[in-house]
Design a protein around this ligand. Structure first.
Ligand code: GLU
Length: 388
């Protein structure tokens, strides 16, 4: 039996594979410190769970519109207006199976053989694979640590060809935690408009910002960039709702209708009662988001200091998200080998940078408790010591 060629063009998701392995080891009773998937360790806030339970009790257990419950789409439109200065109507919004499916669906709707999609590296590992699954060509643009892993307007312009259809933009960024300044985003928007390409702005980490970092939604800059922007977001990271699988995209009508068509033949609607949890997440106090942010900020400071105290390791201080992207070049090891040895000998799980397009680095998610962070960094330090 021959599998479809597209399967061989993509790699499995290493973030999901390593976090599943770490969870399985824990279930066997092994004392693992897991810094693998970007999954907040907090329970979903109670009022959100209660809203979903009420929806269940009220019989919200049926098929709904494939694009999502109108009440949720209205709440999302309202949130995008209030928080992001983005003028979308409910009709411009599709609720998807996590932020991930909004991106996958978009690639299916837009990209075909011959189309190029520009992706700055390091990148979230699913972006290029989604492009390949849509038969398109990912065009990877390497960014420099010295430039905080940001693509410059010149680099973007140089990468654009007549085949370029889409630019994938992610700020705050996974895996580096880099946050582009509003001026930097405006400069990229100018290139996008001048060159007349589309951009998908993945804003899943927008609420996780430290110190003076600011979030600016790409589509909010002016009507010209708005017309070329698809905004993707979700509830997983901001409201600790990873397993709920509720995300969304907001897009110009033609693109939205195409995505709706694809969703009608793939996932249909997101779990109906889960959508009612998402409505509560948007319509209640955002204090829970702030509480989690305070904890992430403490963990970031501790882990950033502790890792930079290990002689052979270094990383920039991230301005957003909950990842540290650590340079391991001085250890002489490649990222996959480093992570495999670290897990096998010290039971510390991290994600190899090769998965994000940068083999001299590894990613640690600090969306985990302080005890795990302290113990994990101690083991990491012993591991590096043994090798020097
Ligand atoms: N986006 C998260 C991460 O990068 C969750 C896992 C995944 O979907 O890749 O860890």
């Amino acid at each position: 039996m021959e599998l479809a060629a597209r399967v061989n063009r993509v790699s499995p998701s290493i973030t999901l594979a390593i976090s599943a392995k770490a969870k399985a080891m824990k279930a066997e009773g092994i004392d693992v410190c897991s810094f693998s998937a970007g999954e907040p360790d907090f329970p979903t806030p109670k009022h959100i769970c209660e809203a979903a339970k009420t929806a269940l009790d009220e019989g919200k257990t049926r098929y709904g519109a494939a694009v999502g419950e109108l009440k949720l789409r209205k709440a999302i439109a309202n949130k995008l207006q209030q928080d992001n200065n983005l003028n979308y109507q409910a009709e411009n919004i599709i609720v998807t199976n996590g932020g991930k499916f909004s991106l996958f669906n978009l690639m299916q709707a837009l990209i075909e053989s011959g189309d190029e999609v520009i992706i700055p590296a390091p990148y979230w590992l699913s972006y290029p694979e989604m492009v390949k699954l849509a038969e398109g060509t990912p065009v990877i643009v390497e960014t420099a640590a010295e430039n905080d892993y940001k693509i410059t307007p010149q680099q973007l312009k140089q990468a654009i060809t007549p085949q370029t259809k889409l630019f994938v933009f992610n700020s705050p960024s996974n895996p580096t935690g880099t946050v582009y300044s509003p001026d930097e985003i405006r400069a990229l928007a100018k290139v996008i408009v001048d060159q007349d390409i589309l951009v998908v702005s993945d804003e899943i980490y927008e609420k996780i910002l430290y110190d003076d970092a600011q979030h600016l939604s790409m589509g909010s800059i002016d009507p010209e960039i708005f017309a070329r922007t698809i905004t993707s977001n979700g509830f997983a990271k901001s409201h600790s709702m990873t397993g709920w699988r509720v995300g969304y995209a907001a897009a110009p009508p033609k693109i939205l209708q195409a995505m709706a068509k694809i969703q009608g033949h793939s996932t249909s609607n997101v779990c109906t009662f889960a959508q009612y949890g998402a409505i509560a997440a948007l319509e209640s106090s955002q204090e829970c988001v702030q509480k989690m942010l305070t904890a992430f900020a403490q963990r970031r400071s501790y882990m950033y200091q502790a890792i930079n105290n290990i002689p052979q390791l270094s990383c920039p201080q991230p301005d957003g998200a909950f990842y540290l992207f650590v340079d391991i070049a001085k250890t002489g090891q490649k990222s996959l080998e480093f992570c495999q040895d670290l897990l096998a000998t010290k039971q510390v799980a991290a994600i190899p940078g090769v998965a994000f397009g940068m083999d001299n680095c590894i990613r640690f998610s600090y969306a985990t408790d302080m005890d795990t962070i302290k113990e994990g960094v101690k083991r990491l330090s012993e591991f590096v010591d043994l090798r020097s």
